[in-house]
Write a protein that binds this ligand. Structure first.
Ligand code: ADP
Ligand code: MG
Length: 253
């Protein structure tokens, strides 16, 4: 879709765990080309919503539409192929592999061999293309100067950046990030914020699930606030910051 048009639509998404309603009829649109923040106190349902959006778990009710296609209850692999890439709250890099090989793992998502099936099933030409693509993604995030370093030797902030490069290797339209600022130093947060802004300028749409309110406020175009599984409100950062309900939710949570 064109910039500003809905790319992802969540319509009354609901997720139950037994008797607990972790996400309760939540609706919002993510517009093409924006950075949207999904925030809320602990237990609000953010991670569950993240899992619903990326297909990591199915909704109990409601509908999710991506790029005009109904992807409700589609498996994670299908949603990834449709152009949604994710990162993990806890870094899931291979510490004893090089930066380049870590990114290469992300690239396999979009090859004809399918989802992370490994290099053995790629032919030479595909392998060569995947490597040069992985290199391009490292350069895109500012890590092109050290492709053969081991991922485990990087500081946490740089590992997060590498994770983003790995997600980008699948050539996504939408990047969904789960608490990317968690545990980072303030300089690292700033660098991460700049990277995400640059990616947005390149046309990527970004959804960021984040507990760190200050980080989100300075980064995103719009915010959706969840509390107790429901959507509390949505709006631009300044309006959200001034909203008493949001302040109460955070103080109480
Ligand atoms: P947040 O990420 O905003 O902290 P979560 O989505 O992790 O919130 O959790 C929302 C609610 O759902 C919490 O009460 C949590 O205990 C519950 N919950 C999350 N995942 C599961 C699960 N797999 N099984 C049972 N309950 C869960
Ligand atoms: Mg969470």
């Amino acid at each position: 879709p064109a910039t500003g048009e809905p790319l992802l639509s969540v319509d009354k998404a609901t997720r139950r765990f037994g008797g607990l309603v972790a996400v309760n009829e939540v609706s919002f649109d993510l517009r093409a080309g924006e950075i949207l923040g999904l925030i809320g106190p602990n237990g609000a349902g953010k991670s569950t919503m993240f899992n619903l959006l990326t297909g990591a778990m199915p909704v109990s009710g409601g509908r999710i539409t991506f790029a005009g296609r109904d992807v409700t209850r589609q498996p994670q692999r299908a949603i990834a192929r449709a152009g949604v890439a994710r990162t993990f709250q806890h870094v899931k890099l291979r510490p004893r592999m090089t930066l380049l090989d870590n990114v290469l793992l992300g690239a396999y998502t979009r090859t004809k061999s399918g989802f992370v099936t490994g290099a053995l099933r790629l032919d030479r030409e595909e392998e060569r293309r995947a490597r040069s693509e992985a290199m391009r993604q490292l350069e895109r995030v500012g890590l092109g100067d050290r492709p053969y370093e081991l991922a485990g030797n990087l500081p946490l902030g740089t590992q997060r950046v590498l994770e983003i490069a790995r997600a980008l290797a699948a050539d996504p339209v939408l990047l969904v990030l789960d608490e990317p600022a968690a545990g980072l130093r303030s300089r690292e947060k700033q660098a991460l914020g700049e990277l995400l802004h640059n990616l947005r300028k390149e046309g990527l749409t970004i959804l960021i699930v984040e507990h760190d309110m200050e980080f989100v406020m300075n980064l995103v175009d719009r915010i959706v606030v969840m509390e107790f599984g429901s959507k509390l409100c949505e709006g631009e950062p300044a309006a959200i910051r001034a909203d008493e309900r949001v302040q109460e939710a955070y103080l109480g949570g």
